[in-house]
Design a protein. Sequence first.
Lengths: 341, 427
Amino acid sequence: MRIVHYVNQFFAGVGGEEAAGTTPDVREGAVGPGRALVAQLGSEYEIVATVFCGDDYAASDASATEELLELVREASPDLLVAGPAFTSGRYGLACARLAAASVRAGIPAVAAMHPENPGVEEAAPAPVIESGKIGREMRASLQRLAGAIEKLARGEELGEQDGRVGRPPRHNRLADQTAATRSVELILARLAGDRERTEVLLPSFGSVTPSAPLEHPEGATIALLTEGALVPMGNPDRLESARATRWLRYPLDGLDRLEEGEYQSVHGGFSTVAANADPHRLLPLDVARDLEREGRIGTLHHEYLTTAGNGTQVATARSFGVEWAAELRQAGVQAAILTAT
Amino acid sequence: MSATRVRDDEQGSRTGLRLLIHDVVEIGVGAQTGFAGGRLTVGEREATALFAHPSLASVRVSCCSPGESVRIIKVLDAVEPRCKGDGGDVFPGLLGTAQLRGRGETHVLRGAAVLSAGFLPRAQEAVFQMSGAGAEFSPLSGTHNVVIEFEPAPDAAWQDVAAALRLGVLRLAVHLAQAAVDAAPDSIEELEPLSSESSGLPRVAAVTNIQTQGAFKDVLVYGRSMAGSLPTWIDPCELADGAVVSAQYGHPALKNPTFVHQNNPVVAALRASDEVELAGVILCPEPVSEKEKRLVSEHAARLCAALGLDGAIVTKEGGGNADGDVALKLDALEDIGILAVGLFAEMAGRDGTAPGLVVAPARATALISTGNYDELVALGATDRALGGERLGIIDAAAADELELPIAAIYGSLNPLGWNRVTCAVEA
């Protein structure tokens, strides 16, 4: 079986954070963890090529997945294996997006990462196999992944017992009873002692620990971000007002203020009258420029990032978060003010 | 009112509400309003006159029935035609004084609805159709509908337009029901008064959250907004007489039209069960800040405890923000020993693999799914459309074949449990 393996710049041996902007590339045969993976598999399995990319490039460049998929196609594999990405968000997203694109393009794929990696939510229709949290757990992670690969090779479906994580797809259908009638049946079951019955399993969102305050804000580059859907008047790039699928960037260079009539909020979840009358209510450029002039912060990042946080699915919002973090890190930003509405 | 009192006295202490049900099987616009043999005729001039208001330039009255090739877009509200049989008004606080209702007799045109459709600011475009692919996702594809389209007066303030339209729709709902007051009802529903004595069955209430987000996203209780209020207990018979009226035009799939408050589905399901005792409805506002959401949730739980409840069914109105109101109440209730079930629509992504809830309870676990908001639905083309020429969300002609997230289908994922859509892993 011909396998193409995808890893990030670190596991490809190119470098650490300083090389996170590395563009997509390919090496013949197995590299790094790929060698250990092959050792776990039988002799009929071969890693014919290793495709890799820097984490920042993969997570923030819109064309990255397509470029990587092209490199995968050129090696004409029977299977794409991506990761393990452990808990690395950018790496996990890259693995998930490439695996999903690969399956859609007709090449079977499997990704490996920790269940809390945001990539888990983006891998469908490709399966995700659980890995450990950190690289030190590589060996056990590869063992589980090898088992899953062998099962895929036999044409079998992967399930929980193989370490498959993520939610199986759920689809709308018409029930026999209304939701109200079902709710009465459910409360009766609960009153009768059944504490397990439910139609929706609780999600686990994990939690984010805020970073420590900047020690030297006067030397830092600070970015302004908003989910308040603030865009130039007329919404030239047609940002959605609800269920946003993308985010946008607009320049702040040379701007001291956001004048009324030049910007608008297209957010569908609140009355935008006050924000349109004074766009600084969403993006505090006025006071940020004051702080910059007074030397209390270093420089303001030269553009702001915006999306509409209204009815946005959690998986999309998490991906935006990873993309923004990669984007800002690449741009040398140390801190960001994200306004929420 | 005096007639009611006399009869109540004759019947001893009975103070429930009697619904006189007239089944509507056919509908049409005609010269004069009338109801005979199940056919409801909407008098065009009489109906139009009910919308005379300085903020409305004109209205147009149309009808459509199940199976007709009609799509309705930009749906704003739906109201079931009802009127009192013995004096007094339904929709108290809007059509009459804000006095307690829910006693005596109320005539109901079952199988009919009055709808308003057209542009209002902050209204998210709601769509459904009476036949063809996708019709099955809205409960209103099964009713005979009177649809009111409107033209605002030049320079009228949008809030005044919305208020004038709302009053007109309520008046028309009453006007149509009045055509049936002399007809013998097809059936009678006695909504028994709630008992203060325990029947020995588990006592369960409907905790009904209503949206309170200002103009165009508000719900009126006896004619006023609940924004800033604490939860209150209400007799379900009051709901049946129109104590709660929607002025909320966001979230097509996730809004509770006036029709659904008149026929609160959770209340109806609790009434229909002989294993529980209906203990009334707790109406709760949905504030926007977390601090206030917590305060309202704790007060709701306290009220439920004071009512001696064993269980509560908690519902919402609106999108992800409103998940928080349900989640906090479920936890607050279960923390004090009242078992709780919550109804949620899921936002699980187009392929249904993302986590469905924006805010999930920490401890309560019994949840009902009213369907996945993000999944696409194909709608077959229709011969005609009401409510507008074009659908802005996907920039298509109103009657075209199209594909939309089910989130845009009016009433499809109704948070009060009106509909049958659910979301599940394929077997």
